[in-house]
Design a protein. Structure first.
Length: 269
């Protein structure tokens, strides 16, 4: 069986936030370098992107000092590139430094702090470091609930992060209601066919398959597929990935003919 995966919401990249307390940014050259990093990242040219991101960080530190939000953005960008490459040892101190800068500038309860926490959580989830991830999840959730109320999509992200911590530890009874709450928020606030809803459906499908609840997994995989297939400009890789996972699930359930049909459909996409 193929390895089960979750469509965790990706880390927030390349935010060019400038605090009102810092009206002067790192400059046009720094902004241009960030755009180049974005382009290289989107093309999968990670080594080149790392080199440019390092240059952007050095320039930001030179132009605005070490404790400016532009520096935090550059740190976050470089950390995310390292995380994407699986270089977790290099990514962690950069994420942590970015978080510290943002807390010092914005205060510990600003909603943007939750973004930095989310990115660090994803790093820890990638490594199975659940004890480090859990308090960050709870802090970001508290910040977002206070700032936005209980039914905001950003709240759903933090809830899903916390669910991922419990799911990774196979604490399915704790994870399930959180994933369901995240799904309900996204359906209400984003609409039934939004990519954020697809993320929630996938996470629940993976949870149920991991817990041996195959009929429930089947239901959520099919709902996920219906969104991916009718979305404008769908990501074909995700469609094929979901078809393959559903085929694997059907083989586990002994539904081999249906599994073969899905494999055939996947090969046509």
């Amino acid at each position: 069986m193929k390895k089960l995966t979750q469509f965790f919401v990706v880390a927030v990249l390349f935010a060019l936030y400038v605090s009102p307390a810092f009206p002067q940014g790192a400059g046009a050259e720094w902004s241009s370098l960030n755009q180049e990093v974005i382009a290289l990242y989107s093309q999968g040219q990670y080594d080149q992107a790392v080199a440019v991101a390092r240059k952007a960080l050095t320039l930001a530190e030179k132009n605005v000092g070490e404790n400016h939000p532009n520096v935090a953005s550059s740190l976050n960008n470089l950390a995310e590139l390292y995380r994407t490459q699986g270089n977790y040892l290099r990514a962690e101190p950069l994420y942590r430094r970015a978080l510290t800068i943002n807390i010092n500038i914005l205060g510990p309860n600003h909603p943007d702090i939750a973004i930095s926490m989310h990115n660090l959580v994803l790093l820890y989830l990638s490594q199975g470091k659940y004890a480090q991830a859990e308090p960050l999840c709870k802090s970001s959730l508290a910040i977002r609930e206070k700032a936005f109320g209980p039914d905001h999509p950003d709240v759903a992200v933090s809830i899903s992060d916390l669910a991922g911590v419990y799911s990774g530890q196979r604490k399915f009874a704790e994870s399930e209601p959180l994933y369901k709450r995240s799904l309900a928020i996204n359906e209400k606030s984003l609409g039934p066919d939004h990519p954020g809803v697809a993320v929630s459906l996938n996470n629940l499908a993976v949870l149920y398959e991991s817990d041996g609840k195959y009929p429930e997994a089947d239901l959520y995989y099919r709902r996920l597929l219906s969104i991916l297939e009718k979305s404008p400009g769908p990501d074909r890789f995700k469609v094929v990935q979901s078809l393959n996972r559903l085929a694997d699930l059907y083989r586990t359930m002994g539904r081999n003919e249906e599994a073969d049909a899905l494999d055939q459909l996947a090969s046509m996409n």
